[in-house]
Design a protein around this ligand. Structure first.
Ligand code: AMP
Ligand code: TRP
Length: 326
């Protein structure tokens, strides 16, 4: 049997180029490799930790499903499903909670960042977020989890919890490994020392930004006061980020991209990068618009996927309960 691959994204708004180059494009490549049994889901229970308005959340769920499909995920080849439709995720998260040391969760960087930013909404769900994520993964016996760099700490915890459960109750879970792309951490256009994040829209290139918007944001991207194009992530992080983006889109090494632009002003790189991204995403934008014209059809695909995933998850949670003596 082929190894299982699981990944998900939160329906919390528009996807940016970091989500795409760090994760979504890789989902499609991995699907097409034929090497895995793939499950891609909408992490809507995770999104609840941010306290969304119900109508907005509902719209974001459809929107993310459209992103998956427009990017090329194919329900004929992979299972696309909605986390909240499968009770086993929440059940397993609870069981894992009881073997998770508080100290492990207190160390989580994403929790600390979010708690610092949203001091008014530091709910217990935000704290327990990585436990639910662990449940999402080990429920399906995933061996491989493609994610961006910021999720590796959560995956480390996932392995720890799988190991702990196995040690205590007998071999039940697989310990999964993360899978990164060549651009696992796309940086902000405004501050190249921080990762691109949707909490700061001007720092992001969104996948459905129109070409003029892409051009405008890249033209304003922070670089440095140098004049020559060279690839030096340590000393010239803003320029390096643009070279990495260009390299990721054109499948070139960033140092080679730098050579190609040697002797040209930064503006030349920025113009060509904006063109390359707008062009690369043009089919995506068209497909997404067409998909969103029929939201009912999108959710039909997701509901069918949720039924398939539920059948697998139910078997596994029954085994887990038995092992734990429930
Ligand atoms: P999220 O929107 O937080 O659900 O993230 C979805 C996926 O995109 C996860 O695998 C993240 O690790 C990845 N991701 C988020 N931001 C970036 C970034 N700036 N660069 C690369 N990958 C990212
Ligand atoms: N935490 C991930 C993120 O913020 C989303 C996620 C939830 C996930 N459960 C997962 C990713 C399981 C991979 C596997 O991006």
């Amino acid at each position: 049997m082929k190894p299982v691959l699981v990944s998900g994204m939160q329906p919390t708004g528009r996807l940016h180029i970091g989500n795409y180059l760090g994760a979504l494009r890789n989902f499609v490549d991995l699907q097409n490799s034929g090497d895995y049994r793939c499950y891609f889901f909408l992490a809507d229970l995770h999104a609840l930790t941010e306290g969304p308005d119900p109508k907005t959340l509902e719209a974001n769920i459809v929107n993310l499903a459209a992103d998956y499909l427009a990017a090329g995920l194919d329900p004929g080849k992979v299972i696309i499903f909605q986390q909240s439709q499968i009770p086993a995720h929440s059940e397993l998260a609870w069981i894992l909670n009881t073997i998770t040391p508080m100290g492990e969760l207190e160390r989580m960087t994403q929790y600390k960042d979010k708690a610092a930013r949203a001091a008014a909404n530091v709910n217990a769900g935000l704290f327990g977020y990585p436990v639910l994520m662990a449940a999402d993964i080990i429920l399906y016996d995933a061996a491989v989890v493609p994610v961006g760099d910021d999720q590796l700490q959560h995956l480390e915890l996932t392995r720890t919890l799988a190991r702990k459960f196995n040690a205590r109750f007998g071999r039940t879970f697989v310990e999964p490994k993360g899978l990164l792309t060549k651009t696992p951490r796309v940086m902000s256009l405004k501050d190249p020392l921080r990762k691109m994040s949707k909490s700061e829209p001007e720092s992001c290139l969104f996948l459905d930004d129109e070409p003029e918007e892409i051009r405008r944001k890249i033209a304003r991207a922070v670089t440095d006061s140098g004049t020559s194009v060279e690839y030096d992530p340590e000393r010239r992080p803003g320029l390096a980020n643009l070279l990495e983006l260009y390299g990721a889109i054109t499948h070139m090494d960033p140092a080679t991209v730098a050579k190609e632009f040697a002797g040209e002003p930064y503006s030349a790189l920025k113009t060509r990068l904006a063109e390359a991204i707008a062009e690369h995403l043009s089919d995506f934008r068209k497909r997404k618009k067409a998909l969103l014209a029929k939201p009912g059809a999108i959710m039909k695909i997701v509901d069918a996927g949720s039924k398939k995933a539920a059948a697998i998850a139910e078997k596994k949670i029954a085994l887990v309960k038995k092992k734990a003596g429930l």
